[in-house]
Design a protein around this ligand. Sequence first.
Ligand code: GLY
Length: 357
Amino acid sequence: MARREPIVIKVEASSRYNITIDSNLNQYAAQAISEKTIVLISDNQVFPIYGKNLIEALEASAKRVFSYIIPAGEKSKSAEQYLNLLRQMVNDGIDRDSAVLALGGGVVGDLAGFVAASYMRGISFYQMPSSLLAMVDASIGGKTAINIPEGKNLVGAFWQPKEVFIDIDFLASLSQKEFKLGAAEHFKHGLIANKDILNDIKDPDFKPSGNKKRLAKMVAKSAAVKAAIVSIDEKEQGKRAFLNLGHNIAHAIEAATNHTVPHGDAVAYGLLFDSFLSYKRGYKDLRAKTIEFLEYLEPISMDIEFDRLEPYLASDKKTKAKIQHFILLEDLEKPIIVNDISPTELKTAWQYLKEIR
Ligand code: GLY
């Protein structure tokens, strides 16, 4: 059977690279990676499903593969795990000409990316995302990080991959819930830059077992939004902040609940929160649209008083800035950065959200 042409999206940041989207990408990836020694970093949920075939393809292309498997979950984005990996690499004799290949979701990508960014002052890095969230968002744009007790993602680097291999077959092993956690970021891309994405909510193939060709096109639309934004603002000096739509309240929800609310769920609430703020400022009323997402995404219910969220909204812990920048929507595809949202506006928006849920 003739091989399908992959979809290729270009990122033009400080380095140029491709996001390659297709089914059955192992062999392609093995040939595209130029380095001979590969440090494959994956987790104990993804590796048992996809690791063996990938290693076979890499070895068939004459690569030497060292596989490091970490426990799945956010806890692995720790300084301890990071140091373990670096030390293992030294002990295995990994040199500067080797490459790190991340096979997994956002946690694996962030950790492996920071390992690649810092090992011997930086070695080549490739991403093979396994979750919808990592495919449309985390694997693109070079943000890498680990967590420290003082906060999430406080230590890291911008380190662009040399290529992102999105194997659409990987979606099939996701649960419906895992898929929906990524769908929140997908719809966010729709709101800020491509309203066509918003129609995917009604597409019968927008699910883990959906038609691969259709899914590849849907993922590609979202990856293209992310690629375009990081190409114009790699280091988040301006427009990359648009990707934070829904994220101020999402981060506050996550912090206030000790990260028991998954990121995708928190973002789903955040999209409605920010559309309420936008509407109250006299911009387009997009609440009905975001309520539709909320009904589809089915985030876990929560009952949090505003007082618990306020400390995380009053200032940006990362920068110590007194005012947080919010992303509002003047209309679909028209995000703006606003830095004068008052505590009263925030409280009113939270009350609204609580009533809706
Ligand atoms: N996930 C937001 C960003 O990469 O900037």
